[in-house]
Design a binder for this molecule. Sequence first.
Ligand code: HEC
Ligand code: HEC
Ligand SMILES: [Cu+2]
Length: 404
Amino acid sequence: MNPQIVSTTETVDFVFFFIFGISAIMLLGITAAMVYFVVRYNRKRHPHPTSDKASNLTLEVVWTVIPSILVMGMFYYGWAGYLALRNVPEGALVVKATGRMWSWSFEYANGKLSDKLYVPAGQPVKVDIHSTDVLHSFYIPAFRVKRDAVPGLESHVWFNAEQPGSYDIFCAEYCGVAHAAMISTVEALTPHEFEEWYRGEPAAAEADEGEALLTRFGCIGCHSLDGSKKVGPTFQGLFGSSREVLSAGQKRTLTADEEYLKRSILEPAADIVEGFPPAMPAYQGQISEFELEEIIEYFKRMAGAKKTQSLGEQLMLRQGCVGCHSTDGSKSVGPTLKGVFGRQVKVLRDGKELTIEADEQYLRQSLIQPQADQVQGYPPIMPTFGALPEEEIEALVEYLKTLQ
Ligand code: HEC
Ligand code: HEC
Ligand SMILES: [Cu+2]
């Protein structure tokens, strides 16, 4: 309807400010007139009615016609804006977005797959939205587009990222415990960079076939590769480890061999890993035998590549430190433990702020008496590990020192 409109952002913002502007003028005008009349025609000043006029046709026509025009104007621009959001411009790049508990993945015409939405800046992009499980909502605030992802229903949005940059993508429909983690980004590249990315070899992290499958099936929305706990157990060190599971209500201990892993993927309800909810969807019928093999191979490689864990590293997993602390520099419930040894920490000791160096003594104390020195900016929720035997404390401290 309006050929000048070039982006969804402008379309939506125009309608928003149009309606907002009219509303603001009306609010101020009506309030001012009301105050004026209240003062001017106050009963104290005019104890008796000053006029006995019953109607004024001109005035009535004016106050009917002007608001009608304003409201029709809002409707017109709202409708035109809606059409602009629904009608995808010609030549748009088409990307398929799949939402699942709890991650987004994006698939391109040439089969390329990514967990971020890479697009060329300045070119319209049409995103076909799908959901494999429950209701999600695909939301890019920067481009003012939001659309529900409904299982079995195709829908779409389009947008045009005018400037290269990184823009947030959220899920805007509460979809379960890790809903808040269902985030990604639009990476708008220059057309040249995009072409390179699109044609080029998969990025190093995706080069591994097995890992690409984990992205494609959304496994990494619930499972980490680095030992941290998500909705499901981490895949780190999984292959060959011993697992405590509940099978039909019976506790048993199994070894994570090929058979166990296949069963965990095809029929997760058969063995529920202790301490986790039975939240994993069954992949029976969704995953081919070949893909299953690839994933198992990946688990094996991962276990092989991993050097044998030291006692300290095992304790980090067993004591649940990794649930609150990352080892890769990212902030979590507690400070990251990467580079903790020797770093300057701002702490609160007996209510006083001070900066101290995290030496061995400090690390040891952090475990035995975590409340003594409170790291600033974090809640005092670290449990004390004072009951651990001395050799385990020692092993943990030694391990923390290696995290550089
Ligand atoms: C919605 C979240 C979710 C998704 C998606 C998901 N899982 Fe799981 N997974 C879980 C949970 C929760 C458990 C632990 C409970 C259980 O055993 O069912 C689990 C358990 C497992 C186990 C057993 C792990 C162990 O420590 O013994 C394996 C193997 C596994 N998942 C593989 C996969 C693979 C491969 C995919 C993708 C094809 C996948 N999962 C997708 C949530 C998920
Ligand atoms: C329930 C979450 C939680 C668990 C579990 C946990 N921590 Fe912490 N940890 C925190 C928080 C929060 C802080 C920062 C506040 C404070 O100083 O108490 C912290 C602080 C620390 C510090 C000081 C960090 C710094 O930047 O100076 C160390 C070292 C540490 N934890 C190690 C561990 C180890 C090792 C384990 C496992 C044996 C562990 N934590 C388990 C939450 C946790
Ligand atoms: Cu969601």
